[in-house]
Design a protein around this ligand. Structure first.
Ligand SMILES: [Zn+2]
Length: 134
């Protein structure tokens, strides 16, 4: 019994270590393929500046700072360490919170146009429509 608890504890510790390593790698050495907040700063892929106007880039960065402001990566990391998965509803709510953060900074219209240029995913299209109605 004690041995199985020790094995479970070691497996859980390894899982936590793996998740922390992934955050560290994402913040340091992994290439940036899409815009995201790595827990410390907004990261943008190199081709982005040619696709977007300066005001749209500022809006995207404001959105990513919204993720940082609301501690999304850290709450998701905590959930994963507790063996819970941040589900699609939580992720969608976090995107709306980040959008609202950008809107509060005056970036709503430019964020909507950036979303339309960068993605035709239904969630992004509805996000752009929501921003255009604000
Ligand atoms: Zn986002």
């Amino acid at each position: 019994m004690e041995t199985s608890l020790q094995v479970a504890g070691c497996a859980w510790a390894a899982w936590i270590g793996f998740n922390l390593l992934m955050v560290a790698l994402a913040a340091t050495v992994l290439p940036v393929h899409q815009v995201h907040f790595d827990g410390f700063r907004a990261r943008l892929p190199a081709p982005l500046p040619t696709q977007l106007a300066q005001a749209e880039i500022a809006a995207v960065v404001a959105h990513e700072h919204g993720h940082g402001h609301h501690l999304h990566i850290w709450t998701n990391l905590l959930l994963r360490c507790l063996l819970l998965t941040p589900g699609p509803q939580r992720r969608r709510r976090q995107e709306i919170e980040a959008d609202d953060y950008a809107v509060a900074g005056g970036h709503g219209a430019h964020l909507a146009s950036a979303l339309r240029k960068l993605s035709n995913h239904p969630d992004d299209v509805s996000g752009a429509e929501r921003l255009e109605c604000m």
